[in-house]
Design a protein around this ligand. Sequence first.
Ligand code: FAD
Length: 455
Amino acid sequence: MVDETRVRVLNKNDAGIGPIVYWMQRDQRVEDNWALLYAQEQALEQEVPLYAVFSLVSNFAWASWRQYEFMLRGLEEAAQRLAELNISFHILQGDPTETVPKFVKRVGAGELVTDFNPLRFVREWKDAVSDSVSVRMTEVDAHNIIPCWVASDKEEIAAYTFRPKVHRKLREYLTDFPEVVPHPYVAEAASEPDFEELLKTVLANRTVGPVDWLAPGSLAAKDRVRHFILNKLSAYGIDHNDPTQEGQSNLSPYLHFGQLSAQWLARQVSQAYDTNKESREAFLEELLVRRELADNFCYYNQAYDQVVGAHAWAQKTIAEHAGDVREYVYDKEIFESGKTHDELWNAMQMQFVKEGKLHGWCRMYWAKKILEWTPDVQTAIDTALYLNDKYSLDGNDPNGFTGVMWSICGVHDRAWNQRPIFGRIRYMNYASAKRKFEVNAYIDKYSRAAVLFNE
Ligand SMILES: Cc1cc2nc3c(=O)[nH]c(=O)nc-3n(C[C@H](O)[C@H](O)[C@H](O)COP(=O)(O)OP(=O)(O)OC[C@H]3O[C@@H](n4cnc5c(N)ncnc54)[C@H](O)[C@@H]3O)c2cc1C
């Protein structure tokens, strides 16, 4: 049974008699997905067919070809798995506020189920959909281990206020998953989605192409988890903060597209008893506390990408330093092509461009320098998000909005000593990078990518 606190009703309509439709949005997987499990539970109870739909928006914000390709390959795998389970899967094309209600009406659905996403644009979609369908619409948090609204009922100040809440509820929620069963009630057959044709319809920027070091899909995600636990987890505590080591798991693209369940991952890691305990705990701190804190921030603070979304102390210090002289000021194009005066920053930008992911420690330095070299704080936020969300496979995620706001506006951080431009926002410089890792080795590796990019 899906825990009822994971589920909430989004409109006032009653459930009707008819098939259940699962609108897959953020959690693009079949196994370990509470939203799909809940939808199937309802369908089995009422002895009705089960549909899954995904509504493909072909020109989403500044999403790149690289991200669409990763997502659609993952959905192709999900489609095959759903077919094996007799669950009819439909890719709808266009604005979900039109496609989803139309589908619900066409199949005479009794209930619409969807997964949870705290970001504004998805909430707007869901508000519009829940208003226009005539049946009950329910939302299931399939992304967080502890449902976002259960973990806390307010915006948390920092990790130290959130951590005890997570740990108190963890035992209750960090459970194993039941299996999705072959669905016994047959739905109208879906014509098999043609993913090559779907890819052709995508209008995204094609200059940002796919990466070859990370295979999309849930099977590849689980393989990577197994490889990480076997070969990397024990050293994670030491290696994950060094950008010249392959110390991080590189699982964020899978988590972002929901190809991998954080709950399944957390169980694998917490049960890897033959690995180093401190490293296990360090990894679980990132996965459980930091990641779910990002959802908390975006859910309770809808100004998650604006200066006004920062704490009062941060807004005050930002205002006080608005007029500080900037020694360097760059526009978006200079940042994007990695042509600033700082070769370390340029190398970081090139890691984004080339690999579709930037090391976690580098992301902080990278964003803080954007603050230092732009005319005002909102421009810094917008520039960092534009670059992060265009190049990074895990972009457009609550983690990204929160990471940018942490770096530039002190969200979840404390006030530090006064400095020009930064005020009391934490400062980072080249010397802090040199203390952390072999800066020259990192620059050497990624400046080669800069040559290719600028040719
Ligand atoms: C400016 C900036 C921008 C960022 N943009 C993104 C983004 O677009 N998408 C994204 O997923 N993360 C983002 N992060 C957070 C973090 O850097 C990445 O989650 C992490 O580097 C992903 O790599 P990994 O999976 O190898 O991480 P690992 O170190 O292996 O960690 C495992 C998982 O824990 C979670 N995690 C780790 N660090 C953080 C963190 N600081 N905050 C929240 N969750 C964390 C992620 O889900 C990650 O996949 C950003 C951070 C900053 C400072």
